[in-house]
Design a protein around this ligand. Structure first.
Ligand code: 6GU
Length: 232
């Protein structure tokens, strides 16, 4: 899978894809990530990418022409399955959206900045608008990094234990159960006996119960959805 990311801050996106799981995914050519500096597509002495908004008001707006030039260039090189704009007024990212995106070949992400991008770019090119939650970031780069991370790790062959993504929090609408590693006792806190029992069936049942209980107390909204879907 290939991501192209249009940004005014390419430096901000160097590190997130250069470590651990995503680094390995790129080395194995399962994941490609290319960042494009919007300023390279701006003209004039100042290579201006933003401008005052019509109608007045504080805050700059990302200009049409550099974005259009960059998008047109990239679209002439390959067909994109989605052109995503990261914005607080987009649909909130969730696991099912990540699952769907992980099945695509080419995805272009436009990182918003300042007051956002000129509405005409959204009308003309954008096919999907994504927010990562109900709070405001200073720019869309960290949101883009989150999308690539959450989607990239789902690609077949990226995780060592290919099944492990299936047991993530949210993958079946339940939160993950608690986990422990050595030592078996620390500061008077003991690892639950059942995890040391070696009984895989009982362990699986315990984990499922813990998932249910955790979801019920922490995310009643998810719990409702799960119970409705599974008839428990
Ligand atoms: Cl995608 N961008 C910005 N600037 N703020 C956000 C966001 C995105 N998602 C939540 N807040």
């Amino acid at each position: 899978m290939r991501f192209d990311i249009i940004t005014v801050l390419p430096e901000l996106l160097e590190s997130p894809f250069s470590h651990s799981i995503l680094k390995r995914a790129r080395e194995k050519n399962l994941l490609e990530v290319y960042c494009h500096n919007l300023r390279d597509y701006a003209s004039g002495k100042h290579r201006q990418v933003d401008d005052y908004q019509f109608g007045g008001g504080a805050g700059m707006v990302m200009k049409v022409e550099p974005l259009a030039a960059c998008i047109e260039q990239l679209c002439s090189e390959r067909k994109y399955d989605e052109i995503i704009y990261t914005t607080p007024d987009g649909q909130t990212l969730n696991q099912s959206a990540c699952n769907r995106l992980s099945m695509l070949e080419n995805v272009l992400i436009i990182c918003g900045h300042y007051k956002g991008i000129d509405e005409r770019i959204r009308n003309q090119y954008v096919t999907l608008e994504i927010s990562i939650g109900d709070y405001v970031l200073s720019g869309g780069e960290l949101a883009a990094a989150i999308i690539v991370d959450a989607v990239g790790r789902l690609l077949p062959g990226v995780l060592n234990d290919e099944t492990s993504a299936l047991f993530d929090s949210f993958q079946d609408d339940l939160l993950a159960p608690p986990v422990y590693t050595r030592p078996a006792e620390w500061q008077g806190q003991k690892v639950p006996d059942i995890l040391l029992s070696g009984n895989d069936k009982l362990i699986a049942e315990w984990r499922h119960e813990q998932s249910l209980e955790r979801t019920r107390t922490r995310r009643p909204d998810l719990y409702e959805k799960y119970i409705k879907g599974h008839g428990e």
